[in-house]
Design a protein around this ligand. Sequence first.
Ligand code: NAD
Ligand code: DAU
Length: 352
Amino acid sequence: MNLLITGGAGFIGSHLIWQVIDQPEVTKIVNLDCLTYAGHLENLEGIHGTHPRYLFEQVDLRDKDAVLRVIRQHDITHVMHLAAESHVDRSITGPADFITTNINGTFHLLEACRTHWSDPASSIQHRASRFLHVSTDEVYGSLAPTAPAFTETTPYAPNSPYSASKAASDMLVRSYHHTYGLPTLITHCSNNYGPRQHPEKFIPVIIQSVLQRQPIPVYGDGMNVRDWLYVSDHCQALWTLLTTGKTGETYNIGGQNEQTNLHLVQQICDLIDELDPSLGGNSRSLITFVPDRPGHDRRYAMDTAKISSELRWQPVHTFEVGLRETVSWYLEHQHGARAVTHGFLAEVSRHY
Ligand code: NAD
Ligand code: DAU
């Protein structure tokens, strides 16, 4: 398997590379990433520049010729496509990059694979290859509090420029399977958490606010619900799907772990109070309600019966264990002067 992972310097992509690089099926992994504000090679310290199976291509998906060059030069047989603009708040304040990267970038990657895998001079028979497209649960829209969870047949109803751009890219992937027979799979996953997540995302925002004794910004009434999944469980699902999933199909992935934002914040406050009493305790007093995100989806919930019955995938981490590991990692990496060992952890940015 000559495996291309796009977005490998990001949060999930870097965990995925750590998890699959030593799998016996893998001949080499090519990490294609242009290193936006969200991409950090520190996430791959110990692999980048040292692992014999690992190669890095600093390429922007928006550069169509460069994408084709990478697919050809490395004779790519399998693709796990994660590179994207991924933060909903940024898509509200500046949607343009979401359109060009998430839609045009995916189009360029599909075209490159179609070209290479159908080229008689290529060593790849396209039936032996796979294109796994990593999408999101947000394409399904928002659920009422007691509505049944999203299934793979729930109609699309994206509400933010981010989810609309992901939905558009899903449609392109679908069409390449239907029209050209490209061996695609599409995944819809719920909210991931774990070490090394970019500091703009909610769980790192909470942890850093508590550590710095700053107000913890909770949008609206804090009653929005997300289904949280530990990142390595997501990566395990992606690998299972790449190797044994059925092409042409879509699969939901989730943690069966719905939490209101307010309850999530309270648990993290209590955990930090327990793990680091030197901070003074009573971290819940930092909780601060702030104006809501425009168009804020109320609830996501995933029905994962398909992946669990067809492929026997289940998350391994309970939320209690995963959250403890995550918070411990941040405490370890930010202790001392409350300084940041990885420079990127300092990049907390508020957008409106
Ligand atoms: P991230 O923002 O942490 O990382 C994205 C990576 O993509 C970065 O390394 C960035 O440099 C790279 N990238 C962005 N634009 C690029 C371009 N034009 N060309 C090349 N590289 C580019 O994202 P993440 O949270 O790891 O999410 C990865 C994927 O998983 C995304 O497709 C996202 O939609 C999807 N997803 C994320 C979650 C989640 O909770 N984080 C849940 C479900 C699905
Ligand atoms: O559901 C999957 C999606 O999860 C992925 O597709 C996205 O790439 C990923 O960013 C994530 O989107 P969310 O918008 O759900 O994640 P975020 O961490 O930005 O916010 C989680 C919840 O917390 C959401 O209801 C908004 C709220 N929030 C967020 C921030 C950053 C706050 O209340 N305060 C904050 O400061």
